[in-house]
Write a protein that binds this ligand. Structure first.
Ligand SMILES: *[C@@H]1O[C@H](CO)[C@@H](O)[C@H](O)[C@H]1NC(C)=O
Ligand SMILES: *[C@@H]1O[C@H](CO)[C@@H](O)[C@H](O)[C@H]1NC(C)=O
Ligand SMILES: *[C@@H]1O[C@H](CO)[C@@H](O)[C@H](O)[C@H]1NC(C)=O
Ligand SMILES: *[C@@H]1O[C@H](CO)[C@@H](O)[C@H](O)[C@H]1NC(C)=O
Ligand SMILES: *[C@@H]1O[C@H](CO)[C@@H](O)[C@H](O)[C@H]1NC(C)=O
Ligand SMILES: *[C@@H]1O[C@H](CO)[C@@H](O)[C@H](O)[C@H]1NC(C)=O
Length: 665
């Protein structure tokens, strides 16, 4: 104890030449207020990050949504940003487009509509944002670029906004350009013009969801562009901005941030950036990628969400620390409140911000996250020191007469793994508008006049279990709001429920791959389509599926086991792929690209006929059956040792699947 005090004195003396008395901080609104607070949110998509959430049974699914969106309960998010599905791989999967083809329109695909409605049900004031990552091939007329035909792209995006209103009564508040890709000023102006012409003046544009530059400079020097753009949104800004961004005079947002594994270091990252994005970079909105980790954990950036819900089969979910860190701000300051001008860094490290509603309400959020306990995935975090300290706050102006504040406390405890998360303490009494706090490291405090804060709780969810070893889906039982079969996670292409009314049975209800042209991609989609399912640890298993090739001559489909990767690496997926083709041949390959051939020969398969494929892998050997008869035996498989099961096609082509089954050891 004595030793610690000694060290504390030493560092105070050497660094600040003070006597280590409590530092004083003034919170005052007399010289005006800071920027408008626009809120804190989560991003569903970019891509397919909420895929497994929709397959949770009730009541668990609603409980999870409460932790995310219900006011005064958990994260109580102000903003929900969603991907406008573009039929392409956008990090952890593919999300379906509302327009697969030029003359196609359907506003019931995927789960983002459902998610927006669930969010809105809980918080009617939630801000909704849409952003495309990728586009169906026809939008680019076969090029990998959406700006060659900017009028088509604008029409495509505006249709999504109109469909949201028409079919789901959802008002989209903001719309983006093209995620983390080049912007085109001409396109942004055309998008603004198309919105206005469609009666959507209230829908504002965020640009450019990439870096602060060059969009800021373009906005400064182009008046028409400036009037088209409402918000400058940058990704992973590391809490800082640039002069040009400030000179635009526009609201600045971290329109994508966080992306960090959601343990307590993730919680520390989130606490630090939520405060310091404003303190250092004047950002008034921060959006977490992603909203919720609801994708197979072995895909890219596993568990980089505010909470985890990756086991619909068990119902297990985990309310991780970032949820409660979010609550420290979201439950006590609302979009439309203003930051105070008096805020900043604490003398011994950490930061404080303050918000007011302009009616005398005050919310102060203090964080003392240490460097190693608050590192985000990117950008690199420069060194800094934080130590225990006392802080005395003096409230002036409108807040001078306050006599008490509600207190909420978190302490991330890395030694005993026993963190305190969002705990209400006794109210703080103020005398003459002054209060003092002893701050330890890795803490968050909220002090507020708002009395409605609550740490919401549902009964503990079921415990975690692996994906079931016996799994069957005949695609006959359908959950009406969803177009995708449970637990299948598309990695290239889109696999949708299909009804063939002219089929005499038994293949009326099937699953169909529907993307027929390479999309305007965001990451490197494979040249084949693929949807994965199951447990990445699986080694020995049998996959069986009825398949229907629709493309004569050149068509082909596969079933697979031990598929080792998806997401942005899907082109490089290895596994055991059993292909059959419309030309009457088969092939067994070790890779999705079909280059590493383990076996091949004649199969007699053709388009327009249902066939049953069965693939068994055990140890170093794989065996395949066609229509119940062995087609090939004992292909030697050395790598990979484990992975998911999968289905897919040879090219971007139509094909169907039925009676899918897995038996794993
Ligand atoms: C929505 O905003 C209005 C106006 O600010 C407010 O009165 C109302 O309480 C808010 N509703 C919810 C559920 O937060
Ligand atoms: C898959 O994810 C689990 C859980 O995070 C992890 O332990 C394992 O190492 C991952 N496997 C691969 C091959 O990445
Ligand atoms: C704070 O806000 C509440 C409503 O949320 C309001 O009733 C109250 O007057 C405001 N001001 C103070 C100082 O609490
Ligand atoms: C942090 O503290 C250590 C030990 O006192 C010192 O050597 C280092 O320079 C400090 N780092 C910064 C960034 O202040
Ligand atoms: C629908 O079923 C009929 C009868 O089996 C078949 O001829 C036709 O090809 C099927 N159509 C599609 C799109 O699958
Ligand atoms: C898979 O089968 C091989 C060969 O029978 C066996 O050595 C291995 O332990 C099995 N793996 C699992 C996870 O059961």
């Amino acid at each position: 104890m004595f030793h610690q005090i000694g060290v504390f004195f030493m560092s105070c003396l050497s660094l600040y030449l003070t006597f280590c008395e409590a530092e004083d901080y003034v919170l005052d609104d007399r010289s005006g207020l800071g920027r408008r607070f626009d809120g804190i949110g989560g991003l569903s998509g970019g891509g397919a990050t909420s895929r497994l959430l929709v397959n949770y049974a009730e009541p668990y699914r609603s409980q999870i949504l409460d932790y995310l969106f219900k006011p005064n309960f958990g994260a109580s998010l102000h903003i929900l940003k969603v991907e406008i599905g573009g039929d392409a791989q956008t990090t952890d999967g593919t999300e379906p487009s509302h327009m697969h083809y030029e003359n196609d329109e359907n506003y019931f695909r995927g789960y983002e509509w459902w998610l927006m409605k669930e969010a809105k049900k809980r918080n009617p004031n939630i801000t909704l944002i849409g952003l495309p990552w990728a586009f169906p091939g026809w939008v680019g007329h076969g090029t990998n670029w959406p700006y060659d035909f900017p009028d088509i792209t604008a029409y495509y995006v505006v249709s999504w906004i109109i469909g949201a209103k028409q079919y789901h009564d959802l008002d989209i508040n903001y719309i983006g350009i093209w995620n983390e890709r080049k912007f085109d000023s001409k396109y942004i102006k055309l998008l603004r013009y198309t919105l206005d012409k469609s009666g959507l003046q209230q829908v504002k544009i965020v640009a450019s969801d990439n870096l602060w530059e060059p969009i800021s400079t373009s906005v400064i020097f182009d008046e028409e562009l400036s009037s088209a753009v409402e918000v400058i949104g940058a990704h992973y800004p590391g809490t800082t901005t640039v002069t040009q961004a400030l000179l635009t005079g526009k609201p600045l947002w971290a329109s994508e941030d966080y992306s960090t594994f959601n343990d307590d270091v993730g919680g520390g990252c989130w606490a630090r950036i939520l405060n310091q994005n404003y303190v250092n970079g004047r950002m008034t909105g921060t959006i977490s990628w992603n909203l919720i980790a609801s994708y197979y954990e072995n895909l890219s950036f596993g568990r980089d969400g505010l909470m985890t819900a990756e086991e619909p089969w068990s119902g297990n979910y985990v309310v991780e620390s970032p949820i409660w860190i979010t609550a420290h701000t979201t439950q006590f300051a609302q979009p439309g409140w203003r930051y105070l001008k008096t805020l900043g860094h604490l003398e011994q490290g950490g930061s404080y911000v303050a918000f007011t509603d302009g009616n005398g309400n005050l919310t102060i959020v203090i964080e003392t996250m240490t460097h190693d306990h608050s590192q985000c995935i990117r950008p690199p975090l420069p060194a800094f020191n934080v130590s225990a300290q006392s802080a005395t706050f003096h409230l002036k102006g409108s807040f001078n007469a306050l006599t008490s504040l509600q207190v909420w406390h978190s302490k991330l405890d890395f030694k005993r793994q026993n963190s305190i998360l969002f705990k209400q303490l006794s109210p703080m009494k103020l005398s003459d508008g002054t209060f003092s706090l002893d701050l330890d490291v890795d803490e968050v405090y909220t002090l507020t006049t708002i009395t409605t804060g609550q740490k919401g709780a549902h009964p503990a969810p079921p415990s975690s279990t692996p994906f079931p070893k016996i799994y069957k889906d005949d695609f006959n039982v359908r959950n009406p709001p969803f177009t995708e079969a449970p637990d299948f996670a598309d990695q290239t292409g889109v696999f949708e429920y299909f009804i063939n009314l002219t089929d005499p049975g038994p293949h009326v209800f099937t699953l169909r791959q529907v993307v027929t042209q390479r999309p305007v991609t965001w990451s490197a989609d494979a040249d084949q389509t693929i949807s994965i399912i199951g447990d990445h640890n699986w080694q020995n298993l049998t996959v069986t599926c009825d398949i229907f090739i629709e493309t004569a001559k050149t068509g082909g489909v596969f079933i697979a086991a031990r598929v080792d990767q998806g997401g942005e690496a899907v082109r490089h997926a290895k596994g055991v792929f059993f292909w059959v083709y419309a030309d009457g041949t088969y092939k067994v390959t070790n890779d999705i690209g079909g280059q590493i051939v383990l076996a091949e020969g004649l199969s007699g398969t053709q388009a327009g006929v249902w066939h049953t494929l069965s693939l068994t892998v055990k140890g170093q050997y794989a065996t395949g059956m066609l229509n119940g008869y062995p087609l090939w035996k004992s292909a030697v498989v050395l790598q990979p040792k484990n992975g998911w099961a999968a289905i897919g096609t040879n090219t971007f082509e139509l094909a169907q699947y039925d009676n899918f089954a897995i038996e794993a050891e």
